[in-house]
Structures are given as structure tokens and as C-alpha cells.
Design a protein around this ligand. Sequence first.
Ligand code: GDP
Ligand code: GDP
Length: 397
Amino acid sequence: MFESLKKKLSGTVGKITDKLSREEEEAQKSEVQEESGKIGTEKALKADKKKVKKADKKKAETDEKRTDKSDTAEKSDNKKEKSDTSESEQEKTINEEIEPSEKEKKGIFSFVRHKTISEKDVDDILFELEMSLLEGDVALEVAEEIINSVKEDLVGRKIKRRSDVSEFTKEALKKAISKILEVDTQDIESLIALKRKQGEPLKIMFVGINGTGKTTTIAKIATHFMAKGYKPVIAASDTFRAGAIEQLTHHADKIGVKIIKHKKGADPAAVAYDAVEHARAQGKELVLVDTAGRMQTNVNLMDEMKKIQRVIKPDLILFVGDALTGNDAVEQARKFDDAVGVDGIVLTKADADAKGGAALSIGHVINKPILFLGTGQSYSDIMEFKPEWMVEQVFGE
Ligand code: GDP
Ligand code: GDP
């Protein structure tokens, strides 16, 4: 799941780390060159000093000789000895001063001492990431937000050691992705509890286009809540598509759930209404309403859906989208949200989705939470979606 997205993110961490390391190596090289230039000057200076000293000494000696020829020979010998030692000591100190830069050249000392990340350091690589995210079906606004957030985080940070760069970059990306996935969520079990207090079932209406996995998803969600001890009922309100009622009936029979259905072409709102009445009468907590898988552009079918909404007043409208369709799924979600107001998202076929573009973008774009991910073709292949899980999925080992 989301392997390609994961690769893009870790690749970016690698690229930024490499670039800054290369830059630092170059900076160090030129620093070493500068340093050895400085050493040359120091040596020349020292040689000059020696010459001056020697000249001074000679001058002094001649002066001494001139003033006191008899007993200064010994003294001047002592003096000469002394100044020789002080010269070799001086040389030693200078050698010690040279040593650290030699060590640094060999990489013994720390990687960077005063590097601050600049916009120029990360611009190209983040632009590359943005393009690559767009290719991976991440929505434009989401890709832009990620890049801006990472840039804001990284630029101006001071690096002290080599490992800082990769750590900071990973942190910045993680933060950006977490922010994108942060959407107020709904807890279905608390909603069920709330409705139960009012003696009402929780009514969930599923919308989305054909082939995204809507009927399978309804069966999976029924299975999921049955496992938690709840009693669901399914409404076959897709009375439009040939075979839809049979398909849903097949699922319902397999998982052992009551299905309320009328004939093909019947009023979908009436079917949904009956299912709600059934749940009330039987004390069932959950009504799951299928709807015709219309194209978001079909006005008549959109109106039909609004009618169901008007008649049963669903507590939640869940949009079912196919993760593999990427940006299309995001656009569909937007259209359905505009038409009927979506409360949450079920993203199917996540098991087959390497890109992760829809998973990353869809909730952020319509500002509604992904509640479930479909992770396979059997009824148990469904999981509650948690942003932290997705972050771990794309940044974990
Ligand atoms: P509908 O037309 O939207 O009701 O779609 P269906 O429920 O009939 O599903 C269409 C196809 O997608 C079926 O073959 C399902 O088995 C498959 N499918 C549904 N959900 C998933 C999922 O999460 N993962 C995978 N791999 N396949 C799925
Ligand atoms: P209309 O069809 O344009 O008049 O829309 P309404 O909002 O009045 O009703 C919508 C649909 O919901 C109706 O056509 C009925 O089929 C169905 N409906 C409304 N009330 C009930 C009810 O009490 N029982 C049943 N079974 N269906 C109902």
C-alpha cells in the first residue's frame, strides 16, 4: 500500500541530505585551501621574524663586543642558546595550531559548524517532489501545501551534524503529511449510542459512482459492525441499475443480514423508508442504504438521491470512492459533497493502490474524514482509517 508515495518521500530526504553534504564538502575543501594559504603566510612571516631576530642578535653581539670585548663572549653564547630554544618552542605552537584543520580535512571533526539551510538549498528538490506528487495523483492544492510546509520548516534551520539534515527533512515531511490528513473525524459507535438513546437507528446512506465497490463496501461495513455486536439492515435503494438488487441480495445472504428491497424501478426513497421502519420495529441499530451509482453529472439521478435524503434524513452520508482512480475519486467526492453534503469517505481498493494520491488528498480537499479503507475483496477486508496509521505507513520502516 502506498509504496510509490513512500519512495518519493524517502527519496526527497535522501536528495536533500546528499545535496547539503556535497555542498559542505566543497565548502570544507575551499576552507582547507584558505587555511593552507594562511599557513604559508604564517610560515613566511615567521621566517621574516627569524631573519629580523638574527639580524638584531648579530647587531647586539657586535655592540656587546664593541663595548665589552673581554667577558661577554660567554654571556652571548648563553643568550644564543636561549633564543634557539624559544624559536623551536614557537615552531611547535604553530604546528599545533595547524593540526585541527588537518583533522577536519580528514573528516574527524564535525560535518558542519555553522550551516543554515537556505531556500536555494531545497527549492529544486522540493519542486521535483511537487511534480512527482502530482504525477502520483496528489491533488494540486495538497501538493502545494506539503511543499510550502516543508520549506517553511526547513529554511533557516541550523545544522550541527550530518544526521541533522535527514532528520529535519523527514520531520518536516512527516509534519506536512500529518497536517494534510488532520480532519475532524466521526466516531460511528458514539453516533450509534447517541441515536439509541433516542430510540432510533443510525441511518447511513452510501453514495458514489458504479464500479467503485459500493455494494461490497456496504456488506463489509455490515460485517464490521456485526462483529462488534450491532444489528444492521440493508436498503436496496439502487433500483435503477439492472442486477443491483440481486447483487446486494447475494452479499446480504452471504453475511446473514436482512435486506429490504422492492422491484427494479421502484422509488428508492420508499425502499429506504421501509428499511428505517424495519430497523425501528426490530430494534436494529444501523440502516445501510445503497443508492444508484450515478455519474456526478447526471442531474436526474442526483435529484433522486436528494429525494432519499429528504425522506429518510440520513445521519451520515458516506462517499465511496475507488483509490485507484486517484484524482477522479477526489473530483467525484467534491461533486457529491456539493450536491448532498458528504460526512465521510470510504476509500476502496487501497490494497492495490501504490500511489496513495487519493488517500492523501480526498479528505483534505472536501474537509471530511476518511472513515474506512477497503483492503481487499473479502468481507473482512475493511479497516478504520486513522491518520497516524497512514503516516506510519509512508514513513515507517
Ligand atoms: P459497485 O458497482 O460500486 O457496487 O462495485 P462492487 O461492490 O460490485 O465492486 C466492484 C469490484 O471491486 C468487485 O470485483 C469487488 O470485489 C472489488 N472491490 C471492492 N472493494 C475492493 C477492495 O477494497 N479491494 C479490492 N482489491 N477490490 C475491491
Ligand atoms: P414525492 O414522491 O415527490 O411526493 O416526494 P415525497 O418526499 O413526498 O416522498 C418521497 C417518497 O418516499 C414517496 O414517493 C414514497 O415512495 C416514499 N415515502 C414517503 N413517505 C413514506 C412512507 O410513509 N412509507 C413508505 N413506504 N414510503 C414513503
